[in-house]
Design a protein around this ligand. Structure first.
Ligand code: SF4
Length: 81
């Protein structure tokens, strides 16, 4: 397995697009994204990206929300019939 998260190119947290303190972002990157022990596979953002193709910005790598709770908080666009 790669030692870097395979979702690095599609993750707003890794790309620095989230409004979180810089020290938190660095900590997440060291602990999850670039971890030698493939800890990224336990990152909640990684799990959500795998499931639906992207991760909403409110989800942090160590989120305790379940996938179901995260999905229910995403506002899906309404479709007119
Ligand atoms: S925050 Fe999670 S999904 Fe994003 S790059 Fe880091 S380990 Fe991967």
């Amino acid at each position: 397995m790669s030692q870097q998260c395979p979702k690095i190119g599609s993750c707003n947290l890794f790309e620095g697009k989230l409004e979180i303190p810089e020290d938190s972002m660095i900590r997440y990157k060291c602990f999850y994204c670039l971890c030698e022990n493939t800890r990224w596979s336990n990152c909640k953002r990684f799990m959500v990206i795998n499931e639906i193709g992207y991760c909403p910005d409110f989800v942090m790598p160590n989120s305790l929300l379940s996938s179901e709770q995260i999905m229910s908080r995403i506002r899906w666009p309404k479709v007119s019939l």
